[in-house]
Every structure is written in structure tokens, then in C-alpha cells.
Write a protein that binds this ligand. Sequence first.
Ligand SMILES: C[S@@+](CC[C@H](N)C(=O)[O-])C[C@H]1O[C@@H](n2cnc3c(N)ncnc32)[C@H](O)[C@@H]1O
Length: 294
Amino acid sequence: MVRIKTPPLENLLVEERRMDRRRRSSYLCSTQCLIKAHAVKVEANVNTISDVYRDSIRYKPETLTRIFEGISSKALRSPQRLVEIGVGTGYALEIASKVFLDAELVGVDVVPGMLEKADARKYQTQPRFFLTSAESINLPDKFSALTYSCCAFHLFQKKLEAASEMIRITEPGGLVAVIGYSHADLQSQVFHEYFPEFSRRELILHPEPSQISDIFTSLGATIEGTIREEFSVNFESPDEVVELIEERQFFGLRTMPDDVFELGKIEFEESFRNFYVNKPVVSVSALTATLFRV
Ligand SMILES: C[S@@+](CC[C@H](N)C(=O)[O-])C[C@H]1O[C@@H](n2cnc3c(N)ncnc32)[C@H](O)[C@@H]1O
């Protein structure tokens, strides 16, 4: 069950604290029903993202290739098996399959539709996929020589548990990599610039690379450094970007309460279109891999 607090519910809970006991117990029932209904709605929203998910808007393949080459140079030997946590549609795993040519590939995710898409993709070596969560990975200890997540760690609800699981399934001497965005590299993206509420929520979810380092080193892993690769994504027209927002392409847009999303979308469209009248849209960013030795 996805659990998030929403502003309207937060307001209700404040009101609830002011009530007398009898009114309060019946009120609590309805509040909890609301929270449950909201969580179910959010879960449905998240699960259907695989129907529209467009991986190519997230980063350029060559950017990730360079990151994987950097990771590969730190490996003690060519990894025999690698596992991607939060594999999504397999976009990153396909790129990994072209860099780690000898590796057996495994991808895990919690959204079945994502795994179906990942399974349909063409790889250098066909991977195995498992429906299992980052916080409790259903794979044996020391299973993998390289365990990584790409643009997914911020979505793991319990980051310490997820990090501990990533370390557990990695063999001694093996590598763990968390690939994602620093706050500055999120804020330079057009979606963040023109949708402040989305940006605010995303920044809360995304740990900075230094915080990721703190999590993994507190669990006994050794930091091997960071690799940052800049990239930009070009959009054909402002319409294309507006459509991506309307589709709620990002998990952060889907977990937003509908009323908050609708309001932000209107503001986004207005300010974004005003700025990009007859101009090509270029969204600038960078991926950062934080690398650990187990
Ligand atoms: C933004 S997508 C990235 C997909 C892929 N790694 C890529 O780079 O294209 C994030 C993925 O993480 C998955 N995810 C979110 N929470 C998860 C969890 N707790 N355990 C495993 N996967 C999770 C989502 O279902 C989604 O497929």
C-alpha cells in the first residue's frame, strides 16, 4: 500500500485534534476511510504508469553507457551477474547489457506492467525478471557482483532497508551503484522549472548523493566515488512537454493528489507556453552514480 500524506488530509487531521471524543471517533472512521481510499487511488495511478511510460524522456542512452563504463572500470573483475532494482521497462538494463557483455542479467520491480514491458525488450543476453520490492528483495545473499538502481532509489519508501538489501544481495568485493539526480540537476529540468509543486515534492523524495553515501557507509559499504554525466533532452515542441505532464508521466505526478496536480498543471501550461513560444524546448540535466564497494 502506498502511503503518503496529502495537504487536504493533513488539514482534516488538524481539525480532528480539535474535536470532542464522541464526534472524534466517528470522524476518525471517515478520515481513515478517506486516507485508505486515497492510498488505493494512488496505488492504481502508480500501477497504470506502465501503460504510458516513456523512458527516452528521462536521460540519453549514451549518458548511461558512460556511467556503466565508469562503474565497469571499478570492478575487480568482469561482473558475472548484475541486478537492477526498480528495473521499470528495462531501458537501463538494455544499456547495461551492452556494457557488461559477460554478465547474467536480473531485473526486479514492484509494478507488474513494467516487468512485462521489460521482458518484451531486446537485450544482448535475455535477463530474468522478478516481482519483488527493494525493501525486501527475494534473492539470496551474495547473489550479485553488481547491484544498482537507476532513477528509482528516490521511490523506495524505506531507503535504509533498501540499501541494506542491496548490500546483502551483493558479493564481498562487489559493487553497488545508486544512479539518479542531484537536487541541482533536477531543478534544471523544464518539468521542475515550470511546475514548482511537483519540484518541491520531488526534492523531498530525492536524497542528495552525499545523503546516499551516508546511508550506505552507515551500513558498512565503502564509498568508491561518484560519476556525473551531463545530458540534455530535446522536445519537438512545447505541446510534447505539455502532453507528458497531462499523462502524469512521472511517479511524482501520479502520487500527487488530483486537485493539487490539476492546479499545478494549469499553472505549468500557462507559464511554460508563454516562455516557449515558437522555441525548441531543451531540458538540461545530469545523472550521478554514487558507487560503493561491499
Ligand atoms: C522511474 S522508473 C526507472 C526505471 C528504470 N530503472 C530506468 O532507468 O528506466 C522507477 C522504477 O522503480 C520501481 N519501483 C518503485 N518503488 C519500488 C520498490 N520499492 N521496489 C522495487 N521497485 C520499485 C517503479 O515501479 C519503476 O518501475
